[in-house]
Design a protein around this ligand. Structure first.
Ligand code: HEM
Ligand SMILES: [Cu+2]
Length: 560
């Protein structure tokens, strides 16, 4: 609690959550209607974040069920069909409905503030892009929902068997053909439609970001003074522009194959490999679409708690752009074992190894930023440092996988699962958590419980290293991924992985509690310089905006 203000003025303000302090915001309708009709970038940002939190919890439940099933070598408590559905929906949910909306939400809220813009370039399209997402997600999850409804009805004596027609999809998030063309389950069609719809939403949001950054910048924000997070969002949006239409087309082709007898992916047509080429030409850029905003957040937050400016700003921007370009040239490293021409394979190996260079540039710049700095180990900082550490492990294992001889051994083992989880849970989720703590005072006008936040950070770091570190080991020992059962000798390592996963999960529960409880009763922020950024000359634009709102509110209370 900062001094200087009488307690009567101690109402939370700034941030969006209390709303209603500028003229236009006073005219907003209240309650649910406000949210459904809002085109304000801050409201939409918050809705994205809430949506992403909900889907992450749902996808996280899948993960916990997967880990519970794997506690014992045999099948159970869930049967293998359910198990297949679990890793399918887990992957799709986390990649397309959690990470992407989470960063879109953070971008929506903060980009206009960082750019000095009034709003996004197309506020209405912004709202549409968001509102497409919930129905898209429900389509992907429809099987489970109808099943629950059917079971609930059965309890009260109604039996509607057609509600059981939709089986949860067991295709894997990569939806490889010929499996996906042959499975009769109609839920797969709904899933493909849902994914297509979500792709449209993602594209609309990306176009909005690009146009906003190009046209809505305030006069004093030039390309060289554009902040690092906006740079990464711009690059990510560019990748989306090229990658997602391709996914959309491939999904339509698959739907046509399934329902109208076309032969895009059948043996006498394009063949199953065509799907893999199309899918991974989307899929590899997609992993960078997910990770670049996380890089941006680490680059933005780390200097604030290192007491120094970001080292090599220009090179971080260049490396972002380089990753963006290169990421379209490596897709076949997911296909090394499919028997594609060895000469082509070798060139994909070269580019895949090369993409580690710009990644390493970032890592070294982050370390140099911390070098001889004044490190303050707040929760956002812990998550940044933890994220850099896990990214190093994820990146180095990626370089190993990019080497064809090693990939021939490790492909489709737990090693791959370990590799990408060090990145997707390691740096990506950690960066999102770092941002949630760093900007929490700005969003809510209150402070979170800092001790709980640090406990959360440590649980996440330790849990990640246990869960996914052991996956690397188990994979190297030859345990294949995606099976509901496994040989006895892997049992103890599997159980330890499950413990690691539950540590991460416990951290998430603490985070959720902290976010909600602090919003209700956390100490009110009276001074916009929550992190003492003025002293290190890093009191950036969004905090200045926050300070103005605090002042405005005070003038109002004083009746000026
Ligand atoms: C340093 C750069 C990286 C390299 C060289 C690299 C290399 C690879 C390779 C060769 C594979 C294929 C392994 C196999 O299936 O046999 C792979 C899989 C994967 N990587 Fe990476 N990777 C890198 C960074 C990343 C990043 C930044 C992400 C995520 C944001 C990521 C996410 C994934 C995913 C999701 C898969 C598995 C896809 C699947 O089969 O389900 N990788 N990586
Ligand atoms: Cu890849």
């Amino acid at each position: 609690m900062r001094n200087g203000w009488p307690p009567t003025l101690a109402v939370p303000d700034g941030g969006y959550l209390l709303g209603g302090e500028t003229e236009t915001e006073n005219e907003k309708p209240s309650g649910l209607f406000r949210w459904v009709t809002s085109v304000d970038h801050k409201d939409i940002g918050i809705m994205y974040i809430v949506f992403a939190t909900a889907t992450a919890l749902w996808g996280g439940t899948d993960a916990m069920m997967i880990r519970t099933e794997l506690l014992t070598p045999g099948a159970g408590p869930w049967d293998p069909v359910t198990y297949n559905a679990l890793f399918t929906t887990h992957g799709l949910t986390m990649l397309l409905f959690f990470v992407t909306p989470a960063f879109t939400g953070i971008g929506n809220y903060f980009l206009p503030l960082l750019l000095g813009a009034d709003d996004m370039a197309y506020p209405r399209i912004n709202a549409i892009a968001f509102w497409i997402l919930p129905p898209a997600y429900l389509l992907v999850r429809a099987g489970l929902i109808t099943e629950i409804i059917a079971k609930a009805l059965a309890v009260i004596g109604f039996s509607i068997t057609s509600l059981f027609a939709l089986q949860p999809p067991g295709t894997g998030w990569t939806m490889y053909t010929p499996l996906t063309t042959q499975m009769v389950n109609p839920q797969i069609d709904l899933m493909l439609l849902g994914l297509h719809l979500s792709g449209i939403a993602t594209l609309l949001a990306a176009i909005n970001f690009i146009v906003t950054i190009f046209t809505e910048r305030s006069d004093d924000v030039s390309w060289s003074t554009l902040d690092i997070f906006s740079w990464t969002m711009l690059t990510t949006s560019g990748l989306i522009l090229f990658a997602f239409p391709l996914l959309g087309s491939a999904l339509i082709m698959l739907l046509l194959d399934r329902n109208f007898g076309t032969t895009f992916f059948t043996v006498d047509g394009g063949g199953p490999l065509l799907w893999q080429h199309l899918f991974w030409f989307f899929g590899h850029p997609e992993v960078y679409i997910l990770v670049l905003p996380a890089f941006g957040l680490v680059s933005l937050i780390l200097p604030k708690f290192s007491g120094r400016k970001l080292f090599g700003f220009k090179f971080i921007v260049y490396s972002t752009l380089a990753i963006g370009v290169l990421s379209f040239g490596v897709w076949a490293h997911h296909m090394f074992t499919t028997g594609i021409d060895p000469r082509i394979r070798a060139s994909f190996m070269a580019v895949s190894v090369a993409i580690a260079i710009p990644s390493a540039v970032k890592t070294f710049n982050w370390m140099t930023t911390m070098w001889e700095g004044h490190i303050r180990l707040t929760a956002p900082m812990l998550f940044c440092i933890g994220g850099i550490g896990t990214f190093i492990i994820g990146g180095v294992t990626g370089v190993f996988l990019a080497a064809i001889p090693i990939d021939l051994l490790y492909h489709d083992t737990y090693y791959v699962v370990g590799h990408f989880h060090f990145i997707v849970v390691g740096i990506i989720t950690f960066a999102a958590f770092a941002a949630s703590y760093y900007w929490y005072p700005l969003l809510t006008g209150r402070m979170y419980d800092q001790l709980l936040a640090k406990v959360h950070a440590w649980l996440s770091i330790v849990g990640t290293v246990i869960a996914f570190g052991l996956m690397l080991i188990n994979g190297a020992l030859g345990l294949p991924r995606r099976y509901a059962t496994y040989p006895e000798q892997f049992a103890s390592l599997q159980q330890m992985m499950t413990i690691g996963a539950f540590l991460i999960f416990a951290g998430v529960i603490i985070w959720l509690y902290n976010m909600i409880q602090s919003y209700r009763i956390g100490p009110v922020v009276m001074d916009a310089d929550v992190w003492n950024l003025k002293s290190i000359d890093q009191f950036t634009r969004e905090w200045q905006w926050f300070e103005e709102r605090l002042e405005e509110r005070r003038r109002k209370i004083r009746g000026e």
